[in-house]
Write a protein that binds this ligand. Structure first.
Ligand SMILES: C[S@@+](CC[C@H](N)C(=O)[O-])C[C@H]1O[C@@H](n2cnc3c(N)ncnc32)[C@H](O)[C@@H]1O
Length: 232
């Protein structure tokens, strides 16, 4: 980036960002869709069709499609014939693009949460596909129970999002020392967070993703990690 501009707004799938040169970015911070948790494009269609009525004449290019173009939405939506593999593939392509633009030593940080099993596997596969390893993870308090898509469901869905910090393998030598998840859970509980089973599962899943990205990146060196040379 040069000149005075310090912000670039791009309305396109993050699978391709040709405006950004290779190895030009220090840090990618993102918040991808959580598989089948929220159907963003279907929800935005409702607003889009009304906006289109008012703005199509003045912005014909932006409103040429009768509905939101969701062809490359990273989503698992059986209603639109997009399965978990589709979600994994799009997320993997986005992470590959992050990999391309990150400088050596750069980091990818993103949030994730899911109450089920399959979506965590998608995240793991997408990271591995792009050559990332999870160097660290932290729980953060997610949306309030009064949020529209958690209303009445937080007991089952949990209260935690996980923030992952990832690095290009082998730029990072080893995972960062991580607070054991039992202690992490106890500390959160002491801070007044009423953890439910889904929260404990999210912490376990985060640890699984971290371990798996390293195991799969290191290939034949898994025994060394098991024997304690890694810092899991
Ligand atoms: C979890 S939400 C992010 C919400 C955001 N952090 C906020 O506070 O408004 C995920 C977003 O990713 C968008 N998205 C889905 N597929 C995408 C893709 N291929 N490229 C870029 N964004 C995508 C969704 O439309 C949705 O807006």
């Amino acid at each position: 980036m040069s000149g005075k501009a310090d912000m670039l707004l791009l309305c396109q799938s993050s699978e391709r960002r040709p405006q950004l040169p290779d190895r030009s970015v220090d840090l990618v911070v993102t918040d991808p869709p959580f598989a089948d948790s929220v159907m963003y494009s279907e929800l935005s269609d409702y607003f889009y069709v009304w906006l289109r009525q008012a703005l199509a004449d003045s912005h014909p290019r932006e409103f040429r499609s009768p509905l939101v173009d969701d062809s490359r939405e990273a989503v698992h939506n059986p209603g639109r014939a997009r399965d978990a593999d589709f979600y994994t593939a799009v997320l993997g392509a986005v992470f590959c693009e992050c990999q391309r633009v990150l400088k050596t030593g750069g980091r990818l940080a993103f949030t994730f949460h899911h109450a089920g099993e399959v979506a965590w596997q998608s995240v793991e596969d997408a990271l591995v596909e792009a050559g990332f390893v999870a160097v660290g993870y932290w729980p953060v308090f997610a949306e309030m129970e009064s949020g529209t898509h958690l209303l009445g469901k937080a007991g089952a869905a949990g209260h935690l999002d996980i923030v992952f910090k990832c690095a290009r393998f082998p730029d990072a030598a080893a995972p960062e020392a991580q607070e054991p998840i039992v202690e992490m859970g106890e500390r959160l509980a002491k801070a007044g967070l009423r953890l439910v089973a889904a929260d404990h599962r999210a912490l376990l899943k985060a640890r699984d993703v971290q371990r798996a990205t390293w195991r799969r990146a290191l290939g034949g060196h898994t025994r060394a990690l098991r024997e304690g040379e890694g810092s899991f």
